[in-house]
Design a protein around this ligand. Sequence first.
Ligand SMILES: [Zn+2]
Length: 337
Amino acid sequence: MGEDKCCLPFWQGFRLVDLQVDEQVVRVQLHPSDLAGLRCGGCGGAAQGLHERVVRSIRDLPMLGRTVWLQVQLRRVCCGQCGTRMQQVPWLDRHARLTRRLAEAVALWCAKLPVKHVAEMFGLHWTTVREIDRRRLQAVVGALPPAQPRRLIMDEFALYKGHRYASVVLDADTRRVLWIGEGRSRAAVRPFFVSLGAEGCSRIQAVAMDMNSAFDLEVRQHCPKARVVYDLFHVVAKYGREVISRVRVDAANQLRHDKPARRVVKQSHWLLLRNPAGLGAQERVRLDEVLKANQPLLVVYLMAEQLKGLWTRPARGSGVGSGKTGLARLLTAGSRH
Ligand SMILES: [Zn+2]
């Protein structure tokens, strides 16, 4: 294309001096189009002089299925306030190795796809994409109003299969993640309550959590008004393990001399622990036989159903027919927002 001055609207302040296209890459060479109006990249003020010219390789949005590389001649300028600075370029952020529109496109896709997929899609290194995603998330979080939680959900999750754990705290009403920290001990979650402060802690009315965690002691220490609510599924699972299974083993032991009856009880393990609604017709018949023949098992089995009912009973003082439920309301409140 040679030296003919070709100004395109894509690279404001620059003119295209060369264009090379091969099967995979479009290479665009850009030179400054106007020396007047040269501005400092630090403060945006008018530059007092030209210090030096540098050539930078910069990625732009892909074009016609090809990667786009810009070879841009940039100028370092002298500024009365900042000293020597790179010139201001409207489509390029300071120190950036890709154009603003490419960074914006990458950020847009990061909201929809994992970083690894976005990196493959644009042919960028995943650390570059992760950094763009981190800035995007920071902007999203920064725009949120300050959290003032009244009801919390605390949980833990495995970082890697096996050992290392992290703890998470959510606002039960907005479902907003308030805090994540490594570990699942009392000490591990303490920084959350410290950052919430005494006033924030005193606002907390209830905290839902897994029954086996150490979080309850920490909650009681920091939040004087909070009630700890155990998660229904953990309580029911614990009841199954520690009550139903215990009674079933005792019942089987008492049938030492009746081998066929003993086998029926021993094999009823999963029948007793499973949700009755999920049983097939044949499983239902077997369950009925076991329960009919074993009074203690029947009692603990029915108590399990009553235990589940606690989470859906109307809250005390909520009035009949108000539709409000105590524990269930607390645990599911956030989903209505
Ligand atoms: Zn300046």
